[in-house]
Design a protein around this ligand. Structure first.
Ligand code: DGT
Ligand code: CA
Ligand code: CA
Ligand code: ZN
Length: 581
């Protein structure tokens, strides 16, 4: 159970209240709690257990909501919600996913025509039973038909790497076609979220209709959802939606800022503009003369670049990864964040000895080619049978092979290590006298990932306290859009790591991104160093580094907090210190 469960709880409250016709104040209050929980860097589940009174001190969470959170955390459910669910057909909320369909329409369909889910809406449409329903003219009915087709091909949120491929190929297509002068991706993709709802592109084009035509007919487009001179949306064959906005050249910065979001960051910026008698929109920053004329004949005070806009608001530019629900003074002019170029060491990599596809020498050579000063070879341990984990004999022989490879390639420090399994009780998969012979130990959970939260936490805490461990690898074992992984009390794990001087990994593989952003931020706040590692298994394995770096950036990490960004001397001293050398 985590903050995301609390987000879902209150989102469901808001939707059900709206569908049952509750007053809008109650609906909004619940939606607000969902947003507050989403934005919070505090582990609310932990807080509800340890200091329930403090919940209502959090912005956006009132006393009644705090009580619901406590009830949810202690009993696993909220009575009031269970009661509400009985009042609304289970398939009804899904209708809200139809474009242009809000709670009012859904209520009407339900109460006046007995529609309870998508299937009954489809048959009502087929039988013409919506005739005469107030507000459901021919155009709205056509929209419902289209909307159902849309929902059937829609995919949920997609992994960032899948979205990035789509965004980059669209950008390449439009650039190669010569139809855009400037183009960037915006939205959650630019902010580096681990999953993406849709891809947002912002462009400048001398001939907008031509650019739109090229966009709508690019390879892979399955359906054009809407197209016009300034905005088009398409659905790709793999289900991902891409929005393209074409804006005037002088407004590119303002549009990029607006469509990068987040919504909440935009709201804060607009509020700041208002306080200064200004108005901010996707066209620029304007004097607010009270006239409602957005794209104006008036000259903007700023609009060309994001930097100009922030500065005109008296702020320093904000890194896109930080533009989430956080106060402006925390994100604008933040200390420099870690970059891909800062990373000089890979501390988690596999060879053909376990489940990697590169032989040791090639792995070392590739790490060197990337300019890394250090590589740790960390094949799987003996319990990871499916990954051909190393017996003690094989491991000891590998140490010699690593020394040899280091001498042969030259110019890079190669550490003999292991990715040792954290067994179900938190003990490690090799005895201490074996681990002590290694230069570096990454300890990771691989099996039993559905353990009860208290057992899981005890397991990871025990591993974090092990004096021979350097790094906890992918601490939860979750897979993005795949499996939830261990439900850790992250405060307890981080506290143990801090006490014993262990680093926590951000596994950079886009299927993992484990630690996730929120937990990485908690680690930073506790002073626990992060390791950003690619968990290299194949030739292109180093290429995922950017995703891990982006998680660290979303957590506010600078190069100081990331051990792979330290220079060789400092990193080697830190590693040796864990061996008491
Ligand atoms: P996603 O697509 O769900 O992963 O998340 P975003 O952040 O990409 O959201 P999206 O695609 O709906 O909109 C892109 C950005 O456009 C969003 O981050 C902020 C801006 N935006 C869109 N709609 C609104 C709005 O109603 N109000 C404000 N202030 N900004 C909006
Ligand atoms: Ca988006
Ligand atoms: Ca969008
Ligand atoms: Zn691994």
């Amino acid at each position: 159970m985590g903050n995301e469960d609390i987000v879902r709880l209150f989102e469901e409250f808001a939707v059900l209240l709206e569908l049952t016709g509750a007053n809008s104040f109650r609906v909004l209050a619940n939606a607000k709690v969902a947003r507050a929980a989403e934005a919070s860097t505090i582990d609310l589940v932990h807080l509800a257990r340890s200091d329930p009174k403090a919940l209502s001190n959090i912005d956006g969470i009132g006393g009644g909501s705090a009580a619901k959170i406590v009830e949810f955390v202690t009993t696993g459910a909220v009575k009031e919600l269970i009661e509400l669910r009985t009042q609304v057909p289970a398939g009804l909320p899904a209708l809200l996913g139809l474009p242009g369909v809000g709670p009012k329409s859904v209520r009407l369909l339900w109460q006046e025509r007995g529609i309870v889910d998508l299937a009954s809406l489809e048959s009502a449409l087929a039988e013409g039973r919506l005739q005469g329903l107030a507000g459901f003219g021919p155009k709205k009915i056509q929209n419902l038909h289209d909307g159902i087709a849309f929902l059937k091909t829609a995919v949920g949120r997609v992994r960032i790497d899948d979205a990035l491929v789509v965004a980059e190929s669209a950008i390449t297509h439009l650039r190669d076609a010569g139809v855009v002068d400037q183009i960037e991706f915006a939205g959650s993709l630019r902010r580096g979220k681990e999953t993406i709802g849709d891809v947002d592109l912002v462009a400048v084009a001398a001939n907008a209709p031509r650019a739109m035509e090229s966009f709508c007919s690019m390879p892979g487009v399955a359906k054009v959802l809407v197209t016009g001179p300034t905005k088009s949306s398409v659905r790709m064959e793999d289900g991902i939606q891409v929005d393209l906005r074409i804006v005037p050249e002088h407004a590119f910065g303002a549009a990029l800022l607006y469509f990068t979001g987040s919504k909440e960051h935009n709201v804060l910026l607009r509020g700041r503009a208002q306080q200064r008698g200004l108005r901010l929109n996707e066209y620029g920053l304007f004097e607010d003369d009270g006239l409602d004329a957005p794209q104006d004949r008036r000259a903007p005070l700023a609009s060309r670049t994001e930097k100009e806009l922030y500065e005109a608001l008296g702020l320093a530019w904000a890194e896109p990864e930080l533009r989430e629900v956080r106060p402006l003074d925390e994100v604008c002019g933040h200390a420099p964040l870690v970059t891909v170029a800062d990373i000089r060491a890979e501390l988690h990599a596999h060879t053909t000895e376990s489940d990697g596809s590169m032989p040791l020498l090639e792995l070392v050579q590739r790490a060197k080619d990337r300019g890394f000063h250090t590589l740790a070879v960390t094949d799987h341990s003996r319990s990871s049978v499916q990954a051909n984990g190393l017996s003690i004999d094989r491991l000891l022989r590998q140490i010699d092979a690593v020394r040899e490879a280091e001498a042969r390639v030259g110019g890079i420090r190669v550490l003999a290590g292991s990715e040792v399994d954290i067994l179900v009780d938190g003990s490690l998969d090799y005895p201490d006298d074996v681990l002590a012979q290694l230069d570096l130990v990454v300890a990771s959970p691989h099996a039993s990932l559905r353990q009860a939260p208290d057992l899981a936490t005890a397991r990871l805490v025990r591993a974090a306290r092990h004096p021979l461990v350097h790094i906890l690898g992918h601490p939860t074992g979750r897979l993005v859009n795949g499996r939830p992984g261990l439900e850790l009390d992250m405060h307890a794990v981080i506290a143990a790591a801090r006490e014993s001087g262990v680093a926590l990994e951000i596994n950079a593989h886009p299927a993992r991104l484990d630690l996730r952003d929120l937990h990485a931020r908690m680690a930073i706040e506790a002073g626990v160093p992060l390791a950003i590692d690619c968990d290299v298994h194949a030739r292109d394995g180093f290429d995922v580094l950017g995703y891990g770096v982006q998680v660290a950036r979303r957590a506010g990490a600078g190069p100081e907090q990331v051990i792979n960004a330290w220079d060789a001397a400092r990193l080697h001293a830190w590693i040796a210190a864990r061996r008491g050398r």
